[in-house]
Design a protein around this ligand. Structure first.
Ligand SMILES: *Cc1c(COP(=O)(O)O)cnc(C)c1O
Length: 375
């Protein structure tokens, strides 16, 4: 077996112990004579896994009792539409802060969803500059960038822009916006569970699992119970947040194997020391990568402002696109894959999620040093 050093942006690397556990339990789960995938979602074997995954999320993040922890499907992209459908009453509006491509998508879907339901959204601030192919995002928003409406249904942010490598709350200079009494809604798809988080600051946190905590097909949704209760009832039941909330995310068949894998990943995370240990590990990894970039500033260039540099997705450019192509190719020959930047922005992207081992980062940094030296 020759496993590569996987720097994919998503779906992304999973911790080897979580995969090995799945392998060992695959054909005969909990001595039941079948795979967990073959179990009824109403049976006690699956239910134990489901409950454990939710309990681990609550424990690792210290989720207050006033919040529901839910599993939903459709990807974070479905939540782009589903959250405004639930949370913006007729005649009201929600605020969007756009700091990258995912924020743009969230805004666009929210516009369509609210227009359909007699509500609206507005842009409360953006850090984007330029137009079309030249459009760029190099920082998270500060209070000065924002004009928040005091009566907005919520304020939406993308905590980590996976494509642009722009993240909130990594340095004290770029905290999450202070929204006062207005609930803060955060798309944390690509930076969920890499460090401790004060959940009580948020109305809603949502994250597709396939970046940092599992396979695709599962979204974790942490939502204040009063927001669920006040949610609109004039939308189909399957889209109402109260439906999973009132049925322990078992209203219809959930993605059972995906949730099982999330359980395995969370158990691994807890075993490593939980979120404080993960934060140290991830900050060390990012510091090494940005260290090599900054030490070779005539060769590597990170477009993102220092205060907003993502710990999860480290993006940078080389002197030319031909150099970047050669970089990706030579790295691949050394067993390091997934380094090509998103097609919309080009360049190199190192996704250094929880499962990415510090030793892989060391190997990559060594490669980067040598590559820059050769020029
Ligand atoms: C990947 C990603 C999404 C989209 O996730 P899907 O599960 O493909 O819908 C949304 N937001 C962010 C920040 C992402 O990184």
């Amino acid at each position: 077996m020759n496993r590569v050093k996987n720097f994919n942006a998503g779906p992304a690397a999973l911790p080897l112990p979580a995969l090995e556990r799945a392998r060992d339990e695959f054909l005969d789960f909990a001595k039941s004579g079948m795979c967990v995938m073959e179990h009824s979602h109403r049976g006690k074997e699956y239910e134990a896994v489901h409950d454990e995954a939710i309990a681990l999320l609550r424990e690792l993040l210290g989720v207050p009792d006033t919040y529901d922890v839910l599993f939903v499907q459709g990807g974070a992209s479905q939540l782009f539409a589903q959250l405004p459908m639930n949370l913006v009453e007729k005649g009201r509006s929600a605020d969007y802060v756009v700091t990258g491509a995912w924020g743009e998508k969230a805004l666009s879907e929210a516009k369509a969803a609210t227009a359909m339901l007699g509500a609206s959204v507005r842009v409360a601030g953006t850090t984007g500059t330029g137009e079309g192919k030249e459009k760029s995002y190099v920082r998270a928003a500060t209070a000065k960038d924002l004009q928040l409406a005091p009566d907005a249904a919520y304020v939406h942010v993308t905590s980590n822009e996976t494509i642009h490598g722009v993240e909130y709350d990594v340095t004290p200079a770029r905290p999450f916006p202070d929204t006062g009494k207005v609930p803060l809604v955060a798309d944390m798809s690509s930076d969920f569970l890499w460090k401790p988080l004060d959940v009580s600051r948020f109305g809603v946190i949502y994250a597709g699992a396939q970046k940092n905590i599992g396979p695709s097909g599962v979204v974790v949704l942490i939502v204040r119970k009063d927001l669920v209760a006040a949610g609109r009832k004039d939308i189909p039941k399957i889209f109402q947040l109260r439906t999973p909330a009132e049925n322990k995310s078992l209203y219809n068949t959930p993605p059972t194997f995906g949730i099982y894998m999330v359980r395995n990943v969370l158990a691994w995370l807890k075993g490593l020391g939980g979120l404080p240990a993960m934060e140290k590990r991830n900050r060390d990894k990012a510091a090494k990568l940005y260290g090599v970039i900054d030490a070779n500033a005539s060769f590597y260039r990170c477009p993102v402002e220092k205060e907003s540099r993502s710990v999860m997705n480290v993006v940078f450019r080389l002197p030319s696109e031909a150099d970047e192509e050669r970089f990706v190719k030579e790295a691949k020959a050394q067993g390091m894959v997934g380094l090509k930047g998103h097609r919309s922005v080009g360049g190199i992207r190192v996704s250094a999620y929880n499962a990415v081992e510090p030793a892989w980062i060391d190997a990559l940094c060594e490669f980067m040093q040598a590559f820059a030296k050769r020029g």
